[in-house]
Design a protein around this ligand. Structure first.
Ligand code: NDP
Length: 439
């Protein structure tokens, strides 16, 4: 189970927190005077002060952290769309993520609204529908899913089901003419990911994989720092994502429904972050798995995974994920001239970012906290803007497919105890770069 959605997780938004609180971001910075001065006057601040590059042809506006020295303004200049003009979402699968994160986040969206619910549990769906103002007529089950075709209030189907069901519901959604926002991991095999891309393409529907960290402000700031060479050429990425998985009945411990254990559920965050920050694709991977025979939880899937990805520039990512350790989520990205880290990383709330670099020959560290509460809302609104403006999402199906290719190489490496080569994808797997003010 992805720790970030556990009811006892510190990451959960308290139920009594008003929606408006998470709409306004707070920005706290503890900086050494030397670094602050250098940023204000010197080379380190120059690139941030420069105007954004020209927008790509298929770009969509998304908030960007422009300058870490100043309190952030409200990111999206456009006014909220009136509720009836917003993109309507059918939420498919009312589990922890849908109930604790996605539905509350929709209340924070500017271009998106919940329009329908799809659930195998009608009583639960009725209760949730009442809570979020969804009409009873807009509740479906998995058998009546195709009736969504006649519901003009729904433009996007948001698939929040166990991983092994993502392909089926993407294909069914595309066939009835709905766009798809699909939770990570995209699916459980490369073939399924490709089938999802093909189905959406054939039906001229958009497909986005919900890589929320790529829409989270601090992750985006680090990607921007790396792209602008603030850290120098990147050399190392070190990341860990752990939790002590509970309950043998969890679908996450079932190979068919999950696709694997710690790797696709939580190791994927580290894998995707290394690609996102470096902007490179790994050419080889070596890996090992731990699957303790005596532990009944891990009869079908791995407890933990360790993998090293090598990239063409010489950049290396060393990652681990475990279902057998106390909750811990962190990464550090190291370049020749600086580093950036998050600890905790990958979660919904309480994220912390630090970075360090030389200033006047002295090592200076800076800590930044940007409230990332609305990362789900940003992600969902991005999908909506892509639908409204007919643009390619920043994290389309190709991004999920590439991660799946790498995960399959990781499993192969662990199985054969060999380094496994990974061919380069034919084209970029991402929409326009998040460095740009619009994407
Ligand atoms: P849950 O187990 O909490 O919920 C899954 C829901 O899917 C169930 O509540 C149920 O909804 C429905 N479902 C339909 N068939 C089955 C089945 N055979 N077994 C179990 N559930 C079934 O999972 P999560 O909400 O934690 O995860 C859902 C997806 O979201 C996964 O792909 C996961 O990887 C992803 N995720 C992403 C996160 C992120 O941060 N982006 C964090 C956590 C999860 P109902 O009762 O309504 O039918």
């Amino acid at each position: 189970m992805d720790q970030t959605d556990r009811p006892d997780s510190q990451d959960l938004i308290p139920e009594d927190k008003p929606a408006s609180q998470s709409g306004r971001r707070t920005f706290l910075q503890r900086s050494s005077a030397g670094l602050a001065a250098a940023l204000a006057t010197g080379a380190a601040g120059t690139a941030w002060a420069a105007g954004p590059p020209a927008a790509a042809a298929n770009s969509v506006k998304l908030p960007l952290i422009a300058d870490p020295r100043t309190e952030q303004k409200e990111e999206t200049p456009d006014a909220n769309l009136p509720p009836d003009d917003r993109i309507g979402y059918a939420i498919v699968g009312l589990g922890h993520l849908a109930l604790d994160q996605i539905l509350p986040a929709l209340s924070n969206c500017k271009y998106s609204r919940v329009a329908a619910l799809v659930s195998g549990d009608r009583n639960k769906a009725l209760k949730i529908a009442h809570q979020y103002g969804v009409r009873e007529a807009d509740i479906y089950d998995y058998q009546s899913f195709e009736r969504l075709a006649d519901n003009s209030r729904v433009q996007v189907v948001y698939i929040v089901l166990p991983n092994g069901m993502h392909k089926e519901f993407t294909l069914r959604a595309a066939k009835i003419g709905k766009h798809v926002l699909c939770e990570k991991p995209m699916a459980t095999s490369v073939a399924d990911c490709q089938a999802m891309i093909d189905a959406c393409s054939k039906n001229n529907r958009k497909l986005m994989v919900a890589y929320r960290s790529q829409y989270e402000p601090m992750d985006r700031m680090i990607a921007k720092m790396a792209k602008e060479n603030k850290l120098g050429p990147l050399r190392e990425f070190i990341a860990g994502n752990s939790q002590n998985q509970s309950g043998p009945s969890q679908w996450r411990l079932n190979k068919a429904l999950a696709g694997g254990g710690a790797l696709p559920d939580i190791g994927l965050y580290a894998l995707n972050a290394a690609r996102f920050f470096s902007g490179e694709e790994p050419y080889e991977v070596s890996a090992s798995l731990t699957q303790p025979a005596a532990d009944p939880r891990f009869k079908e899937v791995e407890e933990s995974v360790h993998f090293i990805m090598r990239f063409p520039s010489g950049f290396t990512a060393t990652c681990m994920a475990s279902y057998g350790c106390h909750e811990s989520r962190f990464f550090r990205l190291q370049g020749t001239d600086g580093w950036a880290e998050m600890d905790p990383a990958f979660g919904y709330n309480g994220l912390r970012m630090r970075y360090g670099m030389l200033v006047d020959g002295k090592s200076a560290n800076t800590e930044i906290t940007i409230d990332p509460n609305n990362q789900f809302a940003r992600e969902i609104d991005h999908m909506s803007l892509c639908v409204i403006n007919d643009k390619i999402p920043h994290t389309p199906g190709e991004e999920g497919l590439q991660d799946q290719r790498i995960m399959e190489a990781i499993y192969e490496s662990a199985r054969t105890a060999r380094v496994v080569k990974i061919s380069k994808p034919q084209a970029s797997t991402r929409g326009p770069d998040p460095e740009e003010e619009t994407f």
